[in-house]
Write a protein of this length. Sequence first.
Lengths: 247, 501
Amino acid sequence: METIDALNVCYYDLNSLIDNSIETDNNDITLKNVFGQRYIGRGLPKKAKLKIYGTPGNDMAAYMDGAEIEVFGNSQDAVGNTMNYGKIVIHGNCGDTLGYAMRGGEIYVEGNVGYRVGIHMKEYKEMKPVIVIGGKAGDFLGEYMAGGVIILLGLNLVKGEDVIGRFCGTGMHGGVIYLNGSPDEYKFGKEIVKSVDVTDEDILFLREHINFYKKMFNKQLDNLKIEVFSKYVAVNKNPYLNMYCTY
Amino acid sequence: MSLDFNTPDFEVIRNGNRCIQCKVCVHQCANAVHFYDEEYDVVCVDDSKCVNCHRCVTLCPTKALVIRKYPLEFRENFNWHGKAIKEIYKQSQTGGVLLSSMGNPEPFPIYWDKMLLNASQVTNPSIDPLREPMETKVVIGRKPERLKFDANGKLLTKMPLNIELKVPVMFSAMSYGSISRNAHESLARAAEELGIFYNTGEGGLSKDFYKYGKNTIVQVASGRFGVHKEYLNAGAAIEIKIGQGAKPGIGGHLPGKKVGEDVSATRMIPVGSDAISPAPHHDIYSIEDLRQLIFSLKEATGYKKPVFVKIAAVHNSAAIASGVVRAGADAIVVDGFRGGTGAAPTRVRNNVGIPIELALAAIDQRLREEGIRNYCSLIVAGSIRNSSDVVKAIALGADAVYIGSAAVIALGCHMCHSCSTGKCNWGIATQYPELVKRLNPDIMYKRLVNLISAWNNEIQELLGGMGINAIESLRGNRLMLRGVDLNEKELEVLGIKYAGE
C-alpha cells in the first residue's frame, strides 16, 4: 500500500511516482490532495489499483489498460479517453466527453455528467465498454456511438428535469443506451431509435449494473423500477449508406 | 426510375485484328466492362462502366485495347461545360453528395512549376555528387536553442527527441481500409529499406506489421480507431491528424462494406460497421486542448516518441501553425489542397484549402519571425510529384515532405480517381481478396525503393549544382528560388524574387 501526497506535485512528477510504485510492485496506491493533475492512470495495466482523494484533472485514465480507479470527489473532462480495459468508480460528478472513444472497461459515476459523454464509444469482440451514470447527462450523449452500453439512472432529478439533454445519439451507429423513463422524441438525433425489443437479457444486464452501483455508492434505490427503463439503439450501423454518389 | 441521362466517360476500343478472344480483359476488370458473350463466342464491352484504369490495356497480350475519352460532346459552352452538366445529371438522379477520389484536379496554379532553382556558375563551385560527399539526411523534431560543451568538448545539452530520415521523403498517411494490406506492406518494407518512415493512417496497425515499427509513424485521428497503448508505442513517432488537404474541416467515413475481418481487427470495430471519424476531435476545441492531447500521448509513451500534428493548408495556416508549435508538437505536417484521398466530397476537395507552396512559405516565415522555427520540424504534403518539388519545398522552408499519390502511382495506380468504389483493379485501394492479391508486396516494395533512390540521386544532383553539399543547408534558403509568371503578391507570400532580379 503506497500513499502519495499530490499537493503541489505537477502531473509529470505525479504520474512518474505512480509508475515507480507499480514498477516496484506496490500496486495499491492512494493519492491524497489531488488538485487537477492531468492524465492520472494513463495507460496503466491491470494490476494497478488507485484510490484518488480530491479532484483529478482532464484525461484521467486515458488509454488505460486494465487498472482500477476509485475517485472520492468529482472528476474533470475526458475521463477514460480511448480507454481499453479497466474499471473506474467516481463518487461525485464528471465533466464533458467522459468515455470518449472508449473501447472496453466500465465507468460508474455517482452523480451527473457533462456534454458529449460516451462519444464514439465502440466495441470489438469481447470488449464491450459500459458507462453507468447515477444522475443526468448533458447534450449529445452517445454521439457517434458505435458500440458499448450507457445506462442513465436519473436519480435525484428536480421536477421537470430530464435525464438527458438534447441531440442524444446523434450519428449513433452501434451500441445501446438505457434511460430511466422515456424523454421526449425531440431530444434525440435521427440516427437513434427506441427499441421495443427489451429482452430478459436486457433486464438482467441492467440489474447486474444497478446492483453494482448500489453496492459501490452504498444506496438503497428501492424506488428505482427497472420496468420503466427504455432501451435505445442505432437505426442502423451504416447511417450514411445512401448519402453519397461516386463521381 | 427515370431515364438515365449519363453517358460514358470513356470509350473502349478493341482492335478486332489483334484480339485473340483470350478473355484476360474479362477476368481482370472488376468493373465488368469486358464480358464474354457465349452465344456469339465473342468478348464484348460496356463502355459506361469503364473508369480508365488501364488494367486491361496493360495486361492485354496482343495490345488490342485502347481507352479514349468518350467522343460525345455537348454543345460548346465555357460556363456549362460537360462536367458541370454531368454532375447535375448525377445528383438529380441519386440525390447524393458527389464523392471523388485522389487530389483536386481543377486547373488552379501549381506554384512548384513557377519557381526555378539556382545553380553555381564561376563564383562558387558546383559539386559533383557522384564523386564528393553529399548529405541528404534530415533530422525531424525539436532542436535546441544552442549547444553547450564542457572543457573537453563533451556535449552538455540534453538533446530533444529526434528521428532521422536518410532521405527527406516519407510515405504519407493512408489507412488500412482505404488501401489494401499488400499496399501497406509494400510501404512498410520500402520505408525500412530506405531508412525513412511510412504512416499507418487512422486505421490502426496489424500486429503483423509491428516489426516495421522503427520505420512507422502511427496516426491518431478523431475516430481513435485501433488506438491503444501498445499501438502508440509500436511506432517511432505519433501523428495527430487534425485535418487532411483533400478535405479540410470534415471527418472521414469508411463504409461498412470495406470493413472485413482484417480491417475490423486493426480498427477494433465490428465487421460491417461504418468507421466514422468525426470532423473535429471532440477533446480538442482549442490550442490548449491540442496541448492536452499531445501530452496525453507523450505521457502514454513515456516521452519516448515525438508527436507530429497534421493540419490542412487553410487560410490562417500560419497563425494555426504557431499555435501548434506552442502546443508542444515536435513536428507540424501541412497538407495542401491537392493532397490525395480515398474519398472526399467533390465540392470540398475542389474548393476548400490553399496551395501548399503558399501555406509552407507563410508558415515558415511566421515561425521564423516569432523565433520558434527551431521548436518544431515542418513537413509538407499535398502533391509532391518529383524530386524538384522536394528540393523547392525544402528551399521554401520545409524539413521534409510526405508523398501519398506519388507512392501509390509507384505501386501501379493509374490515377483513375475511383478509389471510393473499392474496386481498384491494381490491388491498392480495395479490400477484395481477389484484387488485393494482384499487388505482390515482394515485387512492389522494390518499385518504391527504386523511386525514392532515384529521387535521392536527383536531389543530390540539384544540390550539387547549387554548390550545396548538405540538404540541411538548403532549408529556408529562398535565394535559391526565383519566380516566373507570378504577380507581386505571389512573390511576396512566397518570399522569393522574380527571375532576373
